[in-house]
Ligand binder design. Sequence first.
Ligand code: FMN
Length: 457
Amino acid sequence: MKVVILKGSPKGKTSVTLQYVKFIQKKYPQHDYVVHDVAHQIKKIENNVALYNAIIADVESADGILWAFPVYTFFVPAQYLRFIELIQERHSTKVFKNKYAAALSTSIHFHDNIAHNYMNAVCNDLEMNYTGFFSAHMDDLLKKNQRANLLNFARFFFNSMERKTQHQKKYLPVHQAIFEFFPKPKNETIDSRGKKILVLTDRYDWNSNLGKMINEFTFLFNNDAESVSLDGIQINGGCMGCMKCGYELKCAHNDQFLSFFNTKIIPADILIFAIEIKNRIFSSKWKEFFDRRYFNNHIPELKGKQIGFLISGSLSQMPYLSDFFNGLAEFQQANLAGMVVDECHDSDQIETYLHQLAGNTIEFSIGNYFTPPTFLGTGSHKVFRDEIFGKIRFICQADHRYYIKNNLYDFPHKNYKNRMFNVLMTFLTKIPKFRKELYKRAEVEMCKPYQKVVERV
Ligand SMILES: Cc1cc2nc3c(=O)[nH]c(=O)nc-3n(C[C@H](O)[C@H](O)[C@H](O)COP(=O)(O)O)c2cc1C
């Protein structure tokens, strides 16, 4: 079997993900493998058509494709996303049709489910026979049972190719009706009340629905809201994963990104992301932005801000994208004030929603309103807390300092009162009479502290 591995780490030979690929190669030497370092070489691939064509020719002659990538900011790295964009832009989708596909990632399991749902959708759109994914914690290769698991995954993938098994699509083709937004401004403006509002997009196209939504939104504030486009900022490329930012949050890239981030994004009270969905996701330019914010490592630099999204595209058919928007707000400890999506296909409604979003951002900002985190924010905190306290602390030292300063190492075992209470109660419940009484009264007793708060009002 010929297996083409499309490697998605911006790192070259030192990629952790690559070691997983090599492990599979060594354990199953009976197959022919071709590894293409598509993320690491993305600039070369973009500029050298012969190189791109050679990769596509390999895909064409392959029995199966293994998408092997690290999870970067909930998805695949920007450079990998650019490669996926090229497949569409250069009309190469046909060569992927009916090929067997699987996805292998390494990460710290922070929203890795989103990355895999997205890759599943990509494979479904390319009409590949997508067999499944293996989402390894980056350290899994160091564990015997996980190595065995990895080999099971690879064997299942190879067997699928040999047996020509069929796999049901999880994502059906995106249904996208044509709709043009015709704004009819209401002539009502909203007082920004001294709040700094920034609308961020990846490129201006004033005739597009998104362009018109941006225009309308900023107009509502009497042009008191600033809008910035990422394509006007000198950004040399995506995050390279070098981790040189870990000690004092300084990026190894020498371009305008840091100064732009610190002078425009950080001072904003209200941050609106204006995003057009294309090919199942936002552009690789946007992804570059999300990845490059990693110079702040795991510090929630948008904490305390109100954020909103103006979206053009079929968001409701891409639930993983909604998870990303919600997850981003929650991990950042910002408040998601709302989203306006043009897929309702009703100009009047869009206008109303824009108005509401604008008003809410100001009201929430003034009232200091933050919705409590759901599982997305709560889970993220625990994953980061344990990783930063654990193995990556020596490299993420800026994170560690921030976590100490902000009391984010809130491990339950540090609550000595609870621990003592648990020891005592666990001991007492060994006595059958006590146990019977405790479970009889549990419901009433558990509610008492909450009832007391209500009674005090
Ligand atoms: C810019 C950047 C963003 C990352 N984002 C995530 C993430 O969203 N979720 C996660 O679980 N791990 C994330 N990681 C951790 C990597 O996925 C992990 O270290 C991976 O094993 C790196 O693989 P590689 O060496 O092949 O690039 C991120 C790392 C970097 C450098």
